[in-house]
Design a protein around this ligand. Structure first.
Ligand code: ADP
Ligand code: MG
Length: 696
């Protein structure tokens, strides 16, 4: 299905079709990535200036932003320090008083531009009142002309600019573009799509209009309903030339909604196309292997695990290949769910591939799956960068690996299910590559990073989501403390005590190797000896990315066996590692880790019945770092932490590798537009249902 007919819209015309844009201005606009009329119309203002009320210069107040209007009575360059530092200063007069405006480092063009007698609008704030002075104000030349109404006596937009293009010129261009093209700003096709065989029944359309609060400026009758969003054409005008500042946000929401609709359209039509083309392999299972597996597992599945498994089974027995995201906080027991899903496929005679982001985690899965599945007569193979399987068994089996699974000639016959653990560590492309390996296998991706709903509905919009919202019982609590470096000795004494009573500890640093230029950031290699000394007579292991795989495995095995009581490591251990006897997590330079990452690291403890302790060491002063650490100390709820992370650092940090998959949004805000995203999703669904003739 094609997107709304962009190519035939008059708005696709080049910027040069706006009066006043010649070659030179087109070149300047291109620097702002503005090529078409539509680009110009959607060039979002950086801020607004209320020019309905100018302040008389005599009424300026200290440090209060204001716009004044005045004529230049004197101007000139002053030199300091033998001419190395220059100051351009001019004095404006508006008939009530004088205003000094100063710019450090005078530019050559200033003397010509700020010529005596010219009139300017000046936006700034008074740094002092005797004499009244603005430092580096923004100005705009008042040119006598008939477009004065664009630039004064209203709220005016100030757009992102580029050298050679003034705010005034750009504002005029956008004004003209609006005048000429406003009637061409079409509503994107909504509930009724062009080319649909027949519009939906009128009553239904009305209901949908009301629900979506869209399409018209008329207030829909009915008490307590929020005001409807403006039409798209109105919104475009309002975003540039609002009558009141309050209109700006409504216009933004309207334009954001359109962006989300476009995005949802892509996601949902891709998904529908996929479903139309791909048949699901019959992997519902018959419990032949599941029963003995559960009997031997040693614990009973939690209600949440069981619920998720029912969802997975329905998918794997269904007509279309499963595309499911399993979200469960650290320690919620996703591995057991993966194992059960694998058994469903195996019961159907299909093989399973399980991909993990690190060798350590792949090996841990290999050990668990071998222990569980070998007694059932199922082969489990491991393939990592350092370990290759010679030949692929002919019977259905389980293949576990890192992304090495993707490389080389690996090709599993009868691949029925692909499981990706710690999905957020992989890019979308890697996920796709693995799924393409077989004949549309089922896909289960698992993540402990609770994805805030806004992102879930956008980035993972093509996946169904299951959530394990319950931790297995019998777990000890986790206490989290934030401490400064001067408490380190005390903390180490505490760790010794815990180890003496039989527990184990992780000690994590941000770096492998110390860097001379940044002595404050600690590195494992350097601290290892200190920790060994501090914890005598106990033994300490070392783990980081530059250690050889075989050695890594040996260290993990020793730690698991409690031959090593403490592990000094980088964030390499962040994902998946499961050693229930480890109850202490010490993280130094904690401010160097993201919130989501700290939460993952903390998830390594609290896996057994004993009480656990997470100690975050940080001397960071800045507010953002402190806010992050405070959140961690206050909650262990991964969902709250992810939401906070999204607010504090934006979506990039949270998604790591997947940044590239982030949609390009001009008006939409992933951090706050959940309602709009939901609305867009529903709307697109309705639209596609209708196009498919499936409304009922
Ligand atoms: P994650 O969701 O972080 O991958 P794991 O699958 O590693 O969590 O499980 C964490 C620990 O909880 C493991 O030691 C696992 O054996 C245990 N576990 C999983 N499910 C249950 C359950 N239903 N009851 C008790 N323990 C469980
Ligand atoms: Mg896990």
């Amino acid at each position: 299905m094609p997107l709304p007919e962009k190519s035939v819209s008059p708005l696709a015309a080049p910027v040069s079709s706006v009066w006043g844009v010649g070659e030179e201005r087109a070149r300047l606009l291109a620097r702002l990535d503005l090529f078409t009329v539509e680009d110009l119309l959607l060039h979002k203002p950086r801020r607004y200036e209320d020019r309905r009320k100018f302040v008389a210069i005599c009424d300026l107040r200290l440090k209060e932003p204001a716009t004044v209007r005045g004529k230049i009575i004197t101007a000139g360059v002053k030199r300091f320090q033998q001419g190395r530092r220059t100051l351009f200063e001019c004095v404006f007069d508006d008939g009530t008083a004088r205003l000094h405006c100063r710019w450090w480092q005078a530019q050559p063009w200033m003397e010509d531009w700020y010529a005596v007698g010219r009139e300017f609008l000046i936006f700034g704030k008074a740094e002092k009142l005797k004499p009244r002075t603005f430092e580096h104000p923004e100005t705009e030349l008042v040119e006598p002309g008939d477009d004065e109404f664009i630039h004064v006596n209203r709220i005016v937009p100030v757009h992102p600019l580029t050298e050679g293009l003034t705010a005034r010129v750009l504002r005029s261009l956008i004004w003209r573009a609006l005048e000429k093209y406003e009637q061409d700003i079409a509503e994107p096709p909504r509930a009724i799509r062009a080319g649909s065989p027949e519009p939906p029944p009128a009553s239904k359309t009305v209901v949908k209009k009301a629900e979506f609060q869209l399409e018209s400026d008329q207030v829909i009758p009915g008490a307590g309903q929020p005001a409807p969003l403006p039409s798209r054409a109105k919104a475009v005008r309002m975003i540039h030339f609002p009558a009141e500042l309050a209109e700006v946000e409504r216009a933004r929401q309207r334009l954001a909604l359109d962006e989300f609709v476009t995005m949802q359209f892509q996601i949902q039509s891709r998904r529908r196309k996929f479903e139309a083309n791909a048949r699901g392999l019959p992997c519902g299972g018959d419990n032949r292997l599941m029963k003995p597996f559960l009997a031997e597992l040693g614990f009973k599945l939690t209600a949440a695990q069981a619920k998720v498994l029912r969802e997975i089974r329905a998918d794997m027995a269904g007509a279309h290949p499963m595309r499911r995201l399993l979200q469960g906080d650290v320690g919620s027991g996703k591995t057991a769910v993966a194992a059960c899903s694998a058994l469903m496929a195996l019961e159907g005679g299909f093989s399973v591939a399980l991909m993990a982001p690190t060798e350590i985690l792949a090996e841990q899965h290999f050990r668990n799956f071998s222990r569980w599945f070998t007694p059932l007569g199922i082969k489990v193979e491991l393939q990592t960068g350092s370990r290759k399987t010679a030949d692929i068994p002919s019977a259905a089996c389980v293949f576990i690996g890192t992304h090495a699974l993707l490389t080389g000639g690996f090709d599993l016959p009868k691949l029925g299910l692909v499981i990706i653990d710690e999905q957020h560590k992989f890019g979308v492309t890697q996920r796709e590559a693995l799924v393409r390996k077989g004949n549309y296998p089922h896909l289960l991706v698992m993540t402990a990073t609770p994805i805030p709903r806004t992102l879930g509905l956008t980035l993972y919009g093509d996946l169904d989501v299951s959530v394990i919202d319950e931790l297995p019982g019998g777990r000890g609590t986790i206490k989290t403390f934030v401490r400064t470096t001067d408490k380190l000795a005390k903390v180490l004494t505490f760790i010794r005590e815990k180890i003496s009573s039989g527990r184990q500890a992780y000690i994590v640093y941000p770096r492998v190797e110390a860097v001379d230029t940044d002595q404050d950031i600690k590195a494992v290699k350097k601290e290892f000896a200190n920790i060994q000394q501090a914890l005598v007579p106990f033994t300490v292991g070392l783990l980081h990315g530059r250690i050889k795989p075989a050695e890594k495995e040996a260290v993990m095995t020793a730690f698991r066996a409690n031959t090593l009581q403490a592990l000094v490591a980088t964030s390499l251990i962040e994902v998946g590692v499961d050693v229930p006897n480890a109850t202490v997590m010490l993280i130094e330079n904690a401010e160097h880790f993201g919130l989501a990452q700290l939460h993952q690291l903390r998830g390594r403890i609290g896996r057994g019945a004993h009480e656990s302790f997470c100690i975050l060491i940080s001397d960071a002063r800045h507010a953002e770092a402190q806010a992050r650490l405070k959140i961690l100390a206050e909650t262990t709820d991964g969902f709250k932490i992810a939401e906070a992370d999204l607010q504090l650092r934006g979506p990039g940090e949270l998604l790591g590798q997947q940044q590239s998959g982030l949609p390009d949004l001009r008006f939409g805000k992933l951090t706050e537009d959940l309602d709009l995203i939901r609305q867009a999703r529903e709307e697109v669904k309705l639209q596609l249902d209708f196009a498919q003739g499936g409304v009922s």
